[in-house]
Design a protein around this ligand. Structure first.
Ligand SMILES: *Cc1c(COP(=O)(O)O)cnc(C)c1O
Length: 377
């Protein structure tokens, strides 16, 4: 058997919609993008949704609109996909790496507080592998110090915090539709916000700073002369991608239900293994189980790396735990030499198991039995 780490859930419906969109001749940021934005805002409970080319551009654009630039510091967890920190560099600012909490591997509010300086302008919290971070605690610190809070929700479409979907809590919430996330448009991104002015500025800057969008100009009965009011970017999502995204969004709740069943099966099957720590989901949050990460303790009969190799030998793909950005050459070469023991340990000792929809009972059972036997259970 060969079991991949992840697989997007795409089928004939998405293919047909991409095909249909191509034949309309409107292939970028047009009616499909507008509809996708409206539906995504309605789904998350956000006031506005702005589609962009991916989550990295979503984060960059958010920093720009938040006024972050050269001389500013932005606090981010090192333990995240490196794009979280990279986008701060793209904005000309300096990422400052914070530690994560031991029980959630999400940003530690106490360390955010310790890392604040007179230069701090914003904090990017990450809902790592779909599990929401402590939004209220981090927001309270941001409010106290007049910092902008940006949520990196790349992995968190459909997750919720305090009974409200991620996307509805802040003025900058950035999503990814890369195939490794729970729904995909190939590549793609979305920013949700509750603030009309921010929404307008995000829309302006994603399309070259152009005063009128193509759709408005196209539908107008009178001639419109567009202007370019500031230096913008091309961060558009295509209509082909948006058509796929609309179909994926319809399936999102079902996909999460299926992912939750598989996650529960893993939790149940592994609960008696004493050399591992299983993921912990706090009371007030709901995770979409974008990934299933297990911490391998020091008393394990097999090292994390050997475990990954032995699983690969029998056809089961796994991944190391979420990376630490501060130890990558991209940042050590800039002079970063932080010590973040919880993040480093979690990255080095955790393993991510396959989890995708649909995953057959045979595949789930195969992963469970090999994982258990390698840990001598
Ligand atoms: C995937 C991911 C990103 C980057 O998303 P793209 O759409 O590939 O740009 C950013 N942050 C986190 C936490 C991610 O997991």
């Amino acid at each position: 058997m060969k079991i991949p780490i992840a697989k997007p859930f795409l089928n004939e419906a998405e293919a047909q919609l991409a095909y249909d969109t191509i034949l309309t001749n409107w292939v970028t940021q047009g009616p499909q993008v507008a509809a996708f934005e409206e539906e995504f805002a309605a789904y998350t409970g956000a006031k506005y949704a702005i589609a962009v080319s991916n989550c990295t551009t979503a984060l960059h654009l958010s920093l720009v609109v938040a006024g972050v630039g050269p001389g500013d510091e932005v606090i981010v967890p090192s333990m995240s996909y490196i794009a979280t920190a990279n986008c701060v560099i793209h904005a000309g600012a300096t990422p400052v790496f914070a530690e994560v909490c031991r029980e959630s591997y999400n940003i530690d509010p106490a360390d955010v507080r310790r890392k604040i300086t007179s230069k701090t302008k914003a904090v990017i919290g990450v809902h790592q592998i779909g599990l929401p971070f402590k939004i209220n605690e981090v927001r309270a610190i941001c409010d106290e110090h007049q910092l902008v809070l940006i949520e990196d929700a790349a992995c968190a479409a459909g997750s919720s915090y305090n009974n409200r979907k991620i996307g509805s809590h802040s003025d900058y919430v950035c999503f990814s539709f890369h195939p490794r996330k729970v729904i995909t448009t190939g590549d793609g991104g979305m920013i949700t916000t509750q603030n009309e002015k921010i929404a307008q500025r995000l829309k302006l800057l994603r399309q070259h700073g152009m005063s009128v969008n193509d759709r408005v100009r196209h539908l107008s009965q009178t001639v419109i002369m567009e202007e370019h009011v500031e230096v913008g970017y091309n961060y558009r999502l295509t209509d082909i991608q948006a058509a796929v995204g609309r179909e994926q969004l319809k399936k999102l709740d079902w996909i999460i239900e299926e992912r939750t069943k598989i996650a529960n099966q893993y939790l149940q099957s592994f609960k008696d293994i004493d050399c591992i720590e299983l993921p912990h989901v706090p009371e007030h949050v709901m995770t979409n189980w974008q990934s299933f990460s297990i911490y391998i303790k020091g008393n394990s009969p097999i090292s994390r790396n050997d475990l990954m190799q032995r699983l690969l030998d029998v056809g089961i793909a796994t991944r190391r735990g979420v990376m630490t950005s501060h130890r990558e050459h991209a940042f050590t070469s800039l002079g970063y030499n932080n010590s973040l023991p919880i993040s480093e340990d979690a990255c080095d000792q955790s393993i991510i198991l396959p989890l995708f929809v649909p995953m057959s009972q045979e595949e789930i059972g195969y992963v469970i039995s090999h994982f258990k036997s390698l840990l001598r259970h």
